[in-house]
Design a binder for this molecule. Structure first.
Ligand code: G6Q
Length: 545
C-alpha cells in the first residue's frame, strides 16, 4: 500500500496546498470572521460531549478540502483500518499497534497472529479490578498485618507519565485516605523524597516496566526492596506482600522476588506511551476505583469509534492532526502549545510531550529514506491562567507562530465563588486576543503616546483551537487522550513515518552503560571518548564524594 502512495511533497494535494498557502498566508482572521458571520459555528465539530471550535485557525473551506484530500491521498482511511485491524503497522519493530483493543468491549474480536486478544485483555482487567478492591477495602494486608495506605508506582517514560497524569487529572475522584506517589528518575532524590514520610508496613510498590530491564526502574525497585526489607526485618516474604509488577516479562519479575500471581500482564502490541489504559493503569484503578477506571476506558473507546467511523470532515482527531500538518509544514510553525484551563490537567502537557514527540520525532520515512519535510512539532504547555503571566507574551507579540490548543470545561469540580467564571473569561479572552489582536488605530484611540503605539499593538492572526467539555470526568479524560493519540496517528500517516517506534532513545542508554563503570572504578582507566566527555568524566571522579 505504502509504495503506491507518492512521496509526500509529490502528492497532488500537497502541491495544491503549497499554492493555496501563498494565497492565504496574508489573510487575517479578522477578515475571515468578517466575511463569514457564521464562521464560529461552522468551523466546529463535536462528538460525545467533546466540542472542538477550530474557527480561529488560518484556514478556509478550501484549506480544509485540500487537507482532507491530502489525508485521502495519504491513505489515511486504509491506515486507520489497518491499525484497528491489528496489522503490524509498527514496521520497524514488526508489531501490531493495538492500544485501541485495551478499551474495546469484552465481546470484541481483535485478532493478532491468529488469536483473539480481547479475552486476555479482559482477564487482566478483571484481575486489576479484584486486586484494587482488595487493597482499597483493606482485605489485602501488608507483611505486618497493617492495611495498605500508600501506593508507589515505580516506572519511567510510558510506565510513569500516563499514571502520573491520570492520578493528577482524576484526583477529585480518588480515595483521599490513600497516598499515591510516583518514582521515575534514577536520581536518588526522587525515591528518597517520595518515601521519606511513608511507613513501609503500609506501602505497596507497583513496579511498572514492560521489559522489566529498564535501568532507572530496576535501580529504583532495588532501592525500594532494600528500604522495605531493612525496615521489615530482612524477610524476603515481605516482598510478596508489598510488591506487585506490571510487565510483559514474567521470568524477570519472578527473579526480582515478586510472586508472578501478582504480576499484571500486558503485551508487546501496546506501546509504552499508549499504555496508561493497560495494566500500567494499576495505580489509576487503585486511586479512582474500578467503576471510574471503566468510565475512563469507555471514554477512550467512544473516541476510538468516532475516529474509526466518522467521516474525516467531522472527525476530531483527523481535523486536529491535519491542522498540525498545515502549520508545521506550510507555516513552518515549530511548536504547539497545549494550555489546559483546568488545574487538574497540570501534568497533561508533560504527558502529551511523550505521546507526540516520541511518536513523531522521526526523520526517516517508512521506506528508510530521509524525509525532506518537517515532522513532529515540539509540544509544550502549562495550565492557564498561570502561563498568561509568563510565556504568553511571546505567543502574543513574539516573532514565531505558535498554534495553541486551549482546553476548558463549563463546570468546575470545585465551584468556588466567581473563580470558574474568571477562569473561563480568561481562556476565551486569550483565544480572542490571539486571533484578532489590536491594531495601531485602536491603540492610538486609547490615548497611547505615539512612541508606545508599536509596543502596544497586537498583530493577532495567531491560531488556536478550543476544546470544550462540560466537566472533567474519567470518561472525558479518556476521550481527550484518545483524541490526541489519534491526532498523532494522523500526522504520522501524512508524514509516512513509524509513529510507534522510538529508536532515538537507544544510543544514550548504550553510552551510559559504557560510562558507568568508568565513573565507578577505583583504578585509573584509559578514557576513549571525545575530549569533552573525557574531561567531564575526570572532573566528576575528582569532585564526587
Ligand atoms: C514509550 C517508550 C518508553 C518506555 C520506557 C519504560 O513508548 O517505549 O518511554 O515506556 O522506556 O520502559 P519499560 O516499561 O520497559 O520499563
Amino acid at each position: 500500500m505504502t509504495s503506491r502512495i507518492p512521496y509526500l511533497t509529490e502528492r497532488r494535494a500537497w502541491k495544491a496546498l503549497e499554492n493555496h498557502y501563498q494565497e492565504i498566508r496574508d489573510i487575517h482572521l479578522r477578515d475571515l470572521f468578517h466575511d463569514d458571520p457564521k464562521r464560529g459555528e461552522n468551523f466546529t465539530a463535536e462528538t460525545a460531549g467533546l466540542y472542538l471550535d477550530y474557527s480561529k485557525n488560518r484556514i478556509t473551506n478550501e484549506t480544509l478540502r485540500l487537507l482532507l484530500q491530502l489525508a485521502d491521498e495519504s491513505g489515511l482511511r486504509q491506515k486507520i483500518n489497518a491499525m484497528f485491524g491489528g496489522e503490524k503497522i509498527n514496521t520497524t519493530e514488526d508489531r501490531a499497534v493495538l492500544h485501541t483493543a485495551l478499551r474495546a468491549p469484552k465481546e470484541s474480536s481483535i485478532i493478532v497472529d491468529g488469536e483473539n486478544v480481547a479475552p486476555g485483555i479482559h482477564a487482566v482487567l478483571d484481575k486489576m479490578t479484584d486486586f484494587s478492591k482488595r487493597v482499597r477495602s483493606g482485605e489485602w494486608k501488608g507483611y505486618t498485618g497493617k492495611r495498605i495506605k500508600n501506593v508507589v508506582n515505580i516506572g519511567i517514560g510510558g510506565s510513569d507519565l500516563g499514571p502520573v497524569m491520570a492520578y493528577e487529572a482524576l484526583k477529585y475522584y480518588s480515595d483521599r485516605e490513600m497516598r499515591f506517589r510516583f518514582v521515575s528518575n534514577v536520581d536518588g532524590t526522587d525515591f528518597v523524597e517520595a518515601t521519606r514520610d511513608l511507613d513501609p508496613a503500609e506501602t505497596l510498590f507497583i513496579v511498572s516496566s514492560k521489559t522489566f530491564t529498564t535501568l532507572e526502574t530496576m535501580t529504583n525497585a532495588q532501592s525500594a526492596r532494600d528500604w522495605l526489607m531493612s525496615s521489615l526485618g530482612d524477610d524476603i516474604k515481605a516482598v510478596a506482600r508489598h510488591f506487585v509488577a506490571v510487565s510483559t516479562n514474567a521470568p524477570k519479575v519472578a527473579e526480582f522476588g515478586i510472586d508472578t500471581a501478582n504480576m499484571f500482564e500486558f503485551w508487546d502490541w501496546v506501546g509504552g506511551r499508549y499504555s496508561m489504559d493497560s495494566a500500567i493503569g494499576l495505580s489509576t484503578i487503585l486511586a479512582i476505583d474500578p467503576d471510574n477506571f471503566q468510565a475512563l476506558l469507555d471514554g477512550f473507546h467512544q473516541m476510538d469509534e468516532h475516529f474509526r467511523t466518522a467521516p474525516l470532515e467531522n472527525n476530531l482527531p483527523a481535523i486536529m492532526g491535519l491542522l498540525t500538518v498545515w502549520y508545521s509544514n506550510f507555516f513552518n510553525a515549530e511548536t504547539v502549545a497545549v494550555l489546559p484551563y483546568e488545574q487538574y490537567l497540570k501534568r497533561f502537557p508533560a504527558y502529551l510531550q511523550q505521546l507526540t514527540m516520541e511518536s513523531n520525532g522521526k526523520h526517516t520515512a517508512l521506506d528508510g529514506t530521509q524525509v525532506t519535510y518537517q515532522t513532529g512539532p515540539i509540544y509544550w504547555g502549562e495550565p492557564g491562567t498561570n502561563g498568561q503571566h509568563s510565556f504568553y507574551q511571546l505567543i502574543h507579540q513574539g516573532t514565531r507562530l505558535i498554534p495553541c490548543d486551549f482546553i476548558a470545561f463549563s463546570q468546575s469540580l470545585n465551584a468556588l465563588g466567581r473563580h470558574h467564571d474568571i477562569l473561563l473569561a480568561n481562556v476565551l479572552a486569550q483565544a480572542e486576543a490571539l486571533a484578532f489582536g489590536k491594531d495601531a488605530d485602536q491603540v492610538r484611540a486609547e490615548g497611547t503616546p505615539d512612541e508606545l503605539v508599536p509596543h502596544r499593538v497586537f498583530e493577532g492572526n495567531r491560531p488556536s483551537n478550543i476544546l470544550f467539555a462540560k466537566q472533567l470526568t474519567p470518561e472525558i479524560l479518556g476521550k481527550i487522550i484518545a483524541l490526541y493519540e489519534h491526532s498523532v496517528f494522523v500526522q504520522g500517516v501524512i508524514w509516512n513515518i513509524d509513529s510507534f517506534d522510538q529508536w532515538g532513545v537507544e544510543l544514550g542508554k548504550v553510552l551510559a552503560q559504557k560510562i558507568l563503570p568508568e565513573l565507578e572504578t577505583k583504578t585509573d582507566v584509559k578514557l576513549e571518548h571525545d575530549s569533552s566527555t573525557n574531561n567531564l568524566i575526570n572532573r566528576y571522579r575528582r569532585l564526587r564524594r
